[in-house]
Design a protein around this ligand. Structure first.
Ligand code: AMP
Length: 467
């Protein structure tokens, strides 16, 4: 984490930043009296022309964090694309373009165009011919224009990847790389992402030069997390977990265990009692690991039982419930585990089970925190009858992937086309090199398999199975 701005010990105000008078006046008009946390941290570097990688959620003010710098650096008299913002969805692109137009309205004639798929390309070509300063769009359509030669990025100075993690989730990596090939080497690249998985760090290493790493305040610090502790004898542990799942019925729940074998055993026990549970630990092969993570993230598996190490790269937002099957090794690990819940402003519950012999670990936690933990009533907890809920989604696995040039849009099209499924019953689509996972409403799973098997994608029959 870099210092905010050299010479400033506290958060800078907009006046401390070297903004044009027009921009200052406009921000005041928009009611932006002081920068948000992410703006205060990112804007100085954006304005200085540095590459920035910022961890920021929707609602944090991230659009202005890159938008202000982008607009300030434009040369309005130069009628060429100087800024390009890539977004994962059309909705986000529209929202970003609208926000940028508001921020740019005090400047001379700045033209901002959106280029997204799902609408016909002809009118976009016409608009591009009239020139634009900033393009906001989705990777697939931007790449289409570059291939056609209808979009020229030779004068580009700033490239923004908004919600980069979602763009990767949606299988846009290849399109993003293709687009990069059309941009000048000398450019500023700003990357915004809500989460911080390994894939994002790799993307940054490929796209950015010596980026400044900015993150808003640690999320667990201000998130709404309730913590509860129960004293549970070791043999009752599984029963206590079943009770917690039955009582709270979370869409997703992460259970931490200290050992691999424990993960497998607990997942199997929960499975035997009708819960959908999977284990995640270091002994899994990459393929299995992918499949487990996909099913947990797309909500076709409710409970993930994991070791600390395995859960490290886990990229799941807003878990409603986290359970420690046993107290963590030390207070720091405990804080990490608990920080998995209540993300992005959603309320969360973290429950820690502790055998009578493990009480000293909780004492240490209390000393570290300088406050006492809250204990729940063990008897009441154990009296909750088991009540498993079936997951809302099921996962289909298609035996084809990126290497066969399969795209999420192809799969969605095949499922929802004429007399097909409603688009709303299709969930997350995860594309890998040789396989693709699709989440569908549990009630529609059989129909979805049949549709994919009967239909063709890119002229070929697909092999599909229900995971
Ligand atoms: P975003 O995270 O970019 O989607 O922004 C969330 C909302 O915060 C938008 O409605 C912005 O208009 C608003 N906003 C952004 N920056 C500020 C600021 N400095 N002060 C007040 N509101 C802001």
């Amino acid at each position: 984490q870099q210092p905010l701005i050299p010479g400033f010990s506290c958060m800078p105000s907009f006046k401390d930043l070297d903004l044009s008078a027009a921009m200052q006046a406009n921000l005041a008009q928009l009611g932006f009296s002081k920068p948000t946390d992410i703006q205060a941290r990112a804007l100085p570097h954006c304005l200085a022309g540095r590459d920035v990688i910022a961890m920021a959620q929707t609602g944090s003010g991230k659009t202005a964090a890159f938008g202000i710098g982008l607009i300030e650096s434009l040369k309005p008299k130069l009628f060429a694309v100087q800024g390009l913002v890539m977004c994962p969805t059309r909705e986000l692109a529209d929202q970003v373009a609208k926000a940028l137009r508001e921020m740019a309205r005090a400047q001379e004639n700045i033209k901002i165009l959106t280029l997204c798929g799902g609408v016909s390309i002809g009118p976009q070509i016409g608009s591009l011919a009239h020139g634009a300063h900033i393009i906001v769009g989705t990777p697939g359509r931007i790449a289409d224009h570059l291939r056609k030669g209808t979009l020229d990025l030779n004068r580009l100075t700033t490239l923004v990847l908004d919600e980069a993690d979602r763009m990767l989730d949606m299988g846009f990596q290849d399109a993003m790389e293709e687009i990069l090939g059309y941009t000048p080497k000398q450019r500023q690249t700003l990357m915004f992402s809500a989460t911080w998985p390994e894939s994002i760090r790799k993307l940054s290493a490929g796209f950015q030069q010596n980026p400044v790493d900015v993150r808003a305040e640690a999320q667990s610090a201000n998130a709404d997390i309730r913590e509860l502790f129960y004293e549970i004898p070791a043999p009752e542990r599984t029963r206590a977990i079943v009770s917690l799942l039955s009582e709270h019925q979370p869409a997703s729940c992460l259970v931490f265990c200290s050992m691999k074998q424990q993960c497998d055993e607990l997942a199997a026990e929960l499975g035997a009692q009708g819960f959908s549970a999977l284990a995640l630990h270091g002994d899994l092969e990459q393929r299995e690991r992918d499949s487990v993570l996909v099913r947990f993230a797309n909500q076709s598996c409710q409970v993930l039982v994991a070791t600390d190490v395995a859960a490290r790269g886990l990229d799941i937002k807003a878990l409603p419930l986290v359970i420690n099957a046993e107290p963590a090794r030390d207070p720091e690990v405990h804080t990490h585990r608990v920080g998995r819940t209540g993300r992005a402003g959603e309320a969360g519950l973290a429950v820690t089970l502790c055998s009578p012999a493990q009480g000293h670990k909780i004492n240490r936690l209390e000393t570290e925190r300088g406050s006492q933990v809250t204990w729940g009533d063990t008897e009441i907890l154990l009296s909750v009858p088991p009540q498993p809920v079936a997951p809302a989604m099921k996962t289909l696995c298609i035996a084809a992937g990126r290497k066969e040039k399969l795209r999420p849009g192809d799969v969605l099209g095949a499922l929802t086309g004429e007399a097909g499924l409603n688009g709303k019953s299709v969930g997350k689509i995860d594309l890998f090199d040789f396989q693709c996972f699709v989440a569908v409403d549990a009630g529609q799973a059989k129909r979805a398999v049949k549709r994919l098997e009967d239909g063709k994608v890119k002229g070929r029959k697909l092999r599909v199975r229900l995971v």
